[in-house]
Design a protein around this ligand. Structure first.
Ligand SMILES: Cc1cc2nc3c(=O)[nH]c(=O)nc-3n(C[C@H](O)[C@H](O)[C@H](O)COP(=O)(O)O)c2cc1C
Length: 206
């Protein structure tokens, strides 16, 4: 544990004060906070509750350096005490479908639901169902950013990296798809004020 006490923000405060941060205070992540942030992110909903999102947490400067090299040398990757790689792995889901259902459901129900899911997704190819799973992982990615900010941490979502190189670096199978990289830590800069479209610009009311 670090000495810093973390005040939990309201959802509104977390959303309003989240900005992308690319320079972080040089101190390790509090591991309890890290676990709690990940736990909160896993509460994100997924279709059929399939839970295809996976996390790879990197807190090793050498590996972060290598990750930075395959991310167009974006320095926030080594500035942050940790980087959370968020990806979907739907093949893992299909191989372990039974785990998606609570034991309280009973073995017969579990087997029948598992067979239905396998049948449904067995008709799609790996890329197709991988894309579907990625849309679930993207929701979790959003939850993760808000959860982090809620616990007093800062992040920057990133898609500027070479996915095939990141897969290779982390030893991940070819079928996994990335929601993004998320350097996380405490801010050592203010970030930019939000610049957003008005509600009228982006909304049609019917
Ligand atoms: C999916 C996604 C990918 C992004 N990729 C990068 C990136 O590779 N590098 C980077 O510096 N910022 C990246 N950003 C951060 C955006 O530039 C930033 O969110 C946007 O300018 C709005 O600023 P704010 O996050 O401070 O509100 C990304 C943001 C999102 C949502």
């Amino acid at each position: 544990m670090t000495a810093t006490t973390t005040k939990t923000l309201t959802v509104q405060e977390a959303i309003e004060t989240r900005v992308s941060i690319r320079k972080f205070v040089q101190e390790p992540m509090d591991q309890n906070d890290l676990h709690e942030i990940l736990r909160l992110a896993t509460l994100a909903p997924t279709a059929n509750n399939v839970q295809p999102t996976r996390f790879a947490v990197i807190q090793n400067k050498e590996l972060q350096q290598k990750l930075q090299e395959v991310s167009y040398n974006q320095s926030q990757i080594t500035s942050a005490p940790a980087v959370i790689v968020v990806y979907s792995d739907f093949e893992d889901v299909l191989e372990n479908v039974e785990q998606n259902f609570p034991a309280s459901m009973g073995e017969e129900q579990i087997q029948s639901r598992a067979a239905a899911l396998r049948q449904q997704f067995g008709q799609q190819d790996v890329a197709q169902r991988g894309q579907w799973a990625l849309s679930q992982a993207n929701i979790t990615f959003g939850f993760l950013m808000v959860a982090a900010r809620g616990k007093g941490y800062d992040t920057v979502p990133m898609l500027g990296f070479q996915p095939e190189k990141v897969r290779e670096l982390l030893g991940l199978p070819e079928h996994v798809q990335f929601a993004g990289l998320l350097p996380i830590g405490k801010r050592a800069e203010e970030g930019f004020p939000h610049h957003r479209h008005s509600i009228e610009r982006v909304t049609k009311f019917y």
